[in-house]
Design a protein around this ligand. Structure first.
Ligand SMILES: Cc1ncc(C[n+]2csc(CCO)c2C)c(N)n1
Length: 234
């Protein structure tokens, strides 16, 4: 691979199908999200540690709300197969990701009681309650579209930083974060999720509902962008 990472060439799946169309149709907001100063600060290793710690605390609280949305995805599923798929997502968060996140936070000097006692930021409240609103009011497709920027955005950021010659590796305290989202395990999860979105999109008439879906996707992208700003000191 030469030069900078490019979705169309290096991970075409992200640019195809329903997810690819949504990403393309809100490209301005998308670039604000994946090219945010947070991402640059992680790539260069220059972000303040206290800011990153605050982000990790809010991200823990985000995962809890994300799990509640997955629980509603189980409820909204209309086949046993879909229910099992959603239940796997839910169990992935509850049984694996949350404890991994707690362990990761401990490496950054954040103990579990501090996570449990932390107050939800305005940014987290806005984003997670938007997701939960779509989860309660919409159907399975509305919810999957609303969750897609979370899945695809972190994948794109991880893959790009992992591949970029400009990313600082040696002595970069954030390399482990990049390695997580740029790693094979996360990549496989994303490929699964993108395919699932295409299937549900076809079954639920995404074509006819596209303007509404694009609004949901774009709002979630804007909220992801704002969520990066929870990485601040003080
Ligand atoms: C604000 C925020 N957005 C996205 C992710 C990434 N993420 C969280 S749960 C999940 C799906 C299943 O693991 C993904 C990709 C994050 N951590 N924080």
């Amino acid at each position: 691979m030469t030069g900078e990472w490019q979705a169309e060439r290096d991970w075409p799946l992200l640019t195809q199908g329903l997810a690819g169309r949504l990403r393309q149709d809100c490209m301005k907001q998308w670039l604000d999200f994946v090219g945010h100063p947070f991402v640059e600060g992680v790539a260069s290793g220059t972000m303040e540690v206290e800011a990153f710690r605050n982000f990790l605390i809010q991200d823990y609280l985000y995962l809890i709300q994300y799990a509640r949305a997955c629980a509603l995805l189980v409820h909204k599923s209309d086949t046993l197969t879909a229910m099992r798929h959603a239940a796997q997502l839910l169990s992935g968060i509850l049984d694996t990701e949350l404890s991994m996140h707690v362990g990761y936070c401990r490496q950054w000097g954040i103990e579990e009681p501090a996570l449990e006692q932390a107050e939800e930021s305005i940014e987290l409240l806005a984003y997670s309650r938007f997701i939960l609103d779509r989860a309660q009011t919409g159907d399975m497709l509305d919810l999957l579209v609303t969750l897609a920027p979370c899945l695809i955005g972190y994948a794109e950021v991880g893959a790009r930083l992992h591949a970029s010659p400009r990313t600082v590796r040696e002595g970069n305290p954030y390399w482990s974060w990049i390695a997580l989202y740029g790693g094979d395990e996360y990549t496989a999860l994303v490929e699964d999720g993108v395919c699932r979105l295409n299937e549900v999109g076809a079954a639920y008439g995404a074509q006819a509902r596209y303007p509404t879906l694009l609004r949901e996707f774009t709002t979630a992208v804007r909220l992801e962008t704002v969520f990066w700003t929870t990485a601040r000191s003080g």
